[in-house]
Design a protein around this ligand. Sequence first.
Ligand code: AMP
Ligand code: ZN
Length: 469
Amino acid sequence: MKLYNSMTRTKEEFVPLEAGKVKMYSCGPTVYNYFHIGNARPFIIFDTLRRYFEYRGYEVKFVQNFTDIDDKVIKKANEEGVTYDVIADRYIKEYFTDAQGLGIRPASVHPRATETMDAIIDIVQSLIDKGYAYAVDNGDVYFRTKKFSEYGKLSHQPLDELQAGARISVGEIKEDPMDFAVWKGAKPGEPSWETPWGAGRPGWHIECSAMVNKYLGKTIDIHSGGKDLIFPHHENEIAQSECANGCEFAHYWLHNGFLTIDNEKMSKSAGNFFMVRDAAKVYGYETIRMFMLSAQYRSPLNYSEESLMMAKASLERLYTAAENLQFLLGKLEGETMTAEEQAKIDAFGAHRQKFIDAMDDDLNTADALAAVFELVRDINTAVKDPSCTKAFIQACFDIMMELCGVLGLVDHLGEKSIDSEVEDLIAQRAAAKKAKNFAEADRIRDYLLNEKGIVLKDTRQGTQWSYKE
Ligand code: AMP
Ligand code: ZN
């Protein structure tokens, strides 16, 4: 399998550190809001990479963090008059709601910065001990960037160019404008943690270095995130980890391209974003996943109604084919395939091979999907024959599910969608009210609110539901 490594700027053959195993770390969300469609891109892509490694027989340990303490989390907490952990808990829960809808499996570990404080303090201490970091009077700790001669190697920027862009902001007491904060001294009214050099909280980059150490070890196979993270975030992670540990941090650096809207990067700061859950209400969660997979992950992908509608139509083609196979399975007989049918199944192997070749080529999900659609087209034609055996239909179904499963698509077949589950519960609540069983009606309403984040509104036309703001 070949992966494009941002470090070497070439597609390289993937060779794991340990045979049969993959250690992956992906930078996760800062939890002060729901996540937007742009954020969904790395979450879906690296979940797909993980699924593909597993499909190819690797044992994958996948870590994705939650940044649960930073300026934005604190600001949101102050606005609402609650503590930071109330905000973090809420949006971590909401992350899992959206992630589940998008078919993103939970990582092996989802560490939170505030629960990794020991490892964070350890790595900062070791950087101080080795002379790579220094504490200043206000309790901040800075990394001595120029001491790491390889600084800039991931972003391929020469040190003097970086130096020209470096600034000292108000309140920073740095030896050099290029130095960056690994720790921030405590400020009144902000949460802080005790350390040997004083109280405070972690800087932006240090949690990832500490979490990799704690959960995966000093060197990992793959580190990933959106390409906006290359500089300074990943560059700084490399500096911290390689100076603290004295060895290479990650073998392969994978970065997804931007999700754009009107050809501009979708971002919270630009205000041109859509929350995943709002788009999901219009198109369905799984359509969003299909849309993300419709392009190779490094190319830009533009969000538009037209492209989402196309993704929805593609997804429906898969469901129609799969449901037809399920219908035939319930109707047909014949536990053994004919020789002719076996030959057809063997021929479908060419589509599987095309799928694998595409995925092996730097996770080209666009070409992999094309292979799935060719398979589906051939299956649709083959099963029109009224003499098909049940065994043949089962084999068609299995190969289709095998490939769709790697992409995390058509996962919900046979399961209820969120919409029908909510509709069912609304109907049960109406029945309970009619029977004057108000306790049961309230229980259903509370369950939807607390477990699913769904608010009900009783109107003259009936009960409407929406996601909690
Ligand atoms: P954040 O919560 O802003 O740190 O972002 C979480 C992840 O989403 C990071 O890997 C970012 O690089 C990624 N990301 C943010 N905006 C976009 C976008 N418009 N397109 C693709 N990835 C993005
Ligand atoms: Zn990170």
